[in-house]
Ligand binder design. Structure first.
Ligand code: KG4
Ligand code: ZN
Length: 340
């Protein structure tokens, strides 16, 4: 039995997981640094890399324990090479190389976005390309045509803020806390998402691109124009963020299904942290049912950053003969490329 260790440190979560060659998850440990970044209302890169250094040995130890394995049993070390924060990526890559050096293991750098695509394989081995993918996270909003595993065509992306970034910024401005996505998801529950209408840039254009910066500004402006007593009106604020959430979901659903119409896929896979959003999940499924298209989401814990998706992606490439040399370095802007 082959065992793959997956290390993910592209942002602020220190993640290590172990999977086997059937893509079964044997352990998946995520140590969130949220409590350290919360007071700043966002991620401080310098703090993130220092915390990775502190947490990674503990997270690695826990992941091996949970899987009832030790490093001797690991056949491949897969690590996020990019895109992401350089200082954070460096910590994961250093750990992967250290294990490779001292334990004489093969290692492999993985693209973070491709990792998010592979998350679906951990729970739904039956889902096979071709499919249309929507990756929505704190750093990315991308529509990708997946012709086969490893064969990608980029169809659209955000021209400014990523969807998750808009969530985080709106939440920060409204003093709701950090990270904004899960907070707004919770606060919006049962609120009136149709109370305010916010349109997003590029919403009705011909492209498959997104723009969330104007939407974020519209919500922030609306909030700023409220009287002080209105800002304390809990129902009003809940309706406001629910209306923001409604707009984000509407744009994501519309553009994804527009891409589907143009390129003719019959299944959709959604991934990335924002794919954990309950409203987006419901809206996507609803539209899919209307059109007879299957829409798949990983479980929320595999939507947000994790080591298992990196291990899965690494396993795929390793089985096709890829491995990396000591020259492999983190690349904050690593593009998503297709295999030959
Ligand atoms: O994929 P991810 O964990 O890290 C990146 O690659 O960026 O995504 C993190 C983003 C954050 O912006 C966070 O606010 C958002 O995903 N997020 C959510 C939810 N959970 C996380 N956004 C909306 N609803 C959620 N439930
Ligand atoms: Zn991510």
């Amino acid at each position: 039995m082959i065992h793959v260790l997956g290390i993910e440190t592209s942002c602020d979560d220190s993640c290590v997981a172990v999977i086997n060659d059937k893509y079964q998850v044997l352990s998946n440990v995520v140590s969130s640094q949220t409590e350290f970044h919360r007071r700043f209302g966002g991620i401080v890169p310098e703090v993130a890399s220092r915390k990775h250094l502190e947490y990674l040995p503990l997270v690695l130890d826990q992941a091996l324990r949970d899987a009832h394995l030790d490093l001797e049993n690991i056949d491949l070390v897969a690590v996020t090479q990019g895109p992401g924060l350089l200082g954070s990526l460096l910590m994961g890559v250093c750990l992967a190389k250290t294990i490779a050096l001292f334990k004489d293991k093969t290692f492999l750098g993985v693209n973070h976005l491709e990792g998010h695509l592979f998350a679906i394989r951990l729970e739904y081995p039956e889902i096979q390309p071709p499919f249309l993918a929507l990756i929505v996270s704190g750093g990315h909003t991308e529509i990708i045509a997946v012709r086969d595993w490893g064969k990608y065509r980029h169809l659209g992306s955000t021209r400014d803020d990523a969807a998750g970034e808009a969530y985080d910024k709106v939440s920060k401005f409204l003093n709701l806390g950090y990270p904004g996505g899960p907070i707004i998801d919770r606060v919006s529950e049962g609120a009136q998402g149709d109370r305010f209408h916010f349109s997003a840039g590029l919403e009705d254009d011909d492209t498959l691109d997104f723009s969330f910066s104007g939407l974020k500004t519209a919500v922030v402006r609306h909030y700023s124009s409220l009287k002080e007593e209105e800002k304390k009106d809990e129902k009003l604020i809940r309706d406001l963020v629910a209306s923001f959430q409604e707009s984000v979901a509407r744009v994501l659903v519309n553009k994804t299904f527009k891409a589907l119409e143009i390129y003719g896929f019959s299944q959709i896979v959604v991934g990335g942290g924002v794919a954990a959003n309950r409203h987006l999940r419901a809206k996507m499924k609803e539209e899919g049912e209307k059109r007879g298209v299957q829409v798949f989401f990983p479980s929320p814990s595999f939507c947000t950053d994790n080591g298992a998706m990196i291990a899965a992606c690494g396993l795929f490439h390793w089985e096709r003969g890829r491995k990396d040399s000591w020259e492999m370095d983190p690349d904050p802007r690593l593009p998503l490329t297709s295999i030959e």
